[in-house]
Design a binder for this molecule. Structure first.
Ligand code: GLN
Length: 253
């Protein structure tokens, strides 16, 4: 079990000034606090438009949600300037966590009417924005996910959060979703899938932000990013569990 300040989690936030709706910054703050409480050093860096990405520079790369107009600015940069580095980071087992607008850019493309934004091609998925008549998929959501050896003992298998997206995402036949929708819409609103998980690459539509509502999942990601061989030591998580249960209650689960 990990103890002492001899380990350090390095997180790199991609486009933190553009891709950060629904308080996505809260995800980073939660990671930081849970590391500090355990005596794990925490370092966060940023990589914005035009910045080269160091494929060995972080244990976790984070891409938050964004409006269509902000995604337009980031998509080309991600698919050109940062593409090779992000693929190399994924290949060496770094955690890549992408939420909503960031998730949509993990795949091949995000189609907005006549315009196609390029994706970074880390997973086999495509996203198409529904025409205005079909509307946005908005509301509280809960999903069931597969357990993982680095989950805390009392983790459970439910993630709860909030979604708001116009895009519908379809996974390629060989990809696995992050979870199965218990309540809400998920990737497309009609196939029962939510998000994607491929190795240590995770994409999800769940905002809220995701991690403060699901602290146990943050611990899984931290332990994975640090390549631990056992779950992190538990914390006094009374408030975190209450937040999780409230998010589940909002989603009716
Ligand atoms: N702009 C994207 C959509 O509407 C993503 C929105 C988001 O990140 N919440 O589908």
């Amino acid at each position: 079990m990990l103890s002492g300040p001899d380990r350090r989690l390095r997180v790199c936030a991609l486009y933190p000034d553009l891709m950060n709706i629904y308080a996505d910054r809260g995800n980073i703050l939660l990671l930081e606090q849970r590391c500090r409480w355990r005596g794990i050093e925490f370092a966060v860096s940023a990589s914005g438009l035009g910045d080269e990405l160091d494929p060995g520079g972080a244990d976790m790369y984070y891409i938050g949600g964004g409006q269509d107009r902000d995604q337009r600015l980031c998509a080309l940069d991600l698919a050109t300037v940062k593409r090779d580095a992000l693929h190399a980071a994924a290949a060496r087992g770094a955690v890549i966590l992408a939420v909503c607008g960031g998730y949509q850019l993990l795949g091949h493309s995000y189609q907005l009417g006549d315009e196609s934004l390029p994706g970074v091609g880390l997973v086999d998925l495509t996203t198409v924005r529904a025409d205005d008549g079909a509307g946005r998929l908005i509301g509280n959501i809960a999903i069931e996910i597969e357990p993982h050896p680095l989950d805390p003992p009392d983790a459970g298998t439910v993630l709860a959060g909030f979604e708001n997206h116009g895009g519908r995402t379809r996974l390629g036949a060989s990809e696995s979703p992050l979870g199965r929708v218990l309540s809400g819409y998920g990737n497309s609103g009609d196939d029962g899938f939510e998000g994607v998980r491929k190795g240590n690459v995770v994409g999800t539509y769940m905002h809220g932000p995701l991690l403060p509502k699901n602290a146990w999942f943050a611990d899984r990601l931290i332990a994975t990013a640090l390549a631990l061989d056992a779950p992190l030591a538990p914390l006094d998580d009374g408030l975190e569990r209450a937040a999780h249960l409230e998010a589940r209650r909002a989603a009716g689960v």
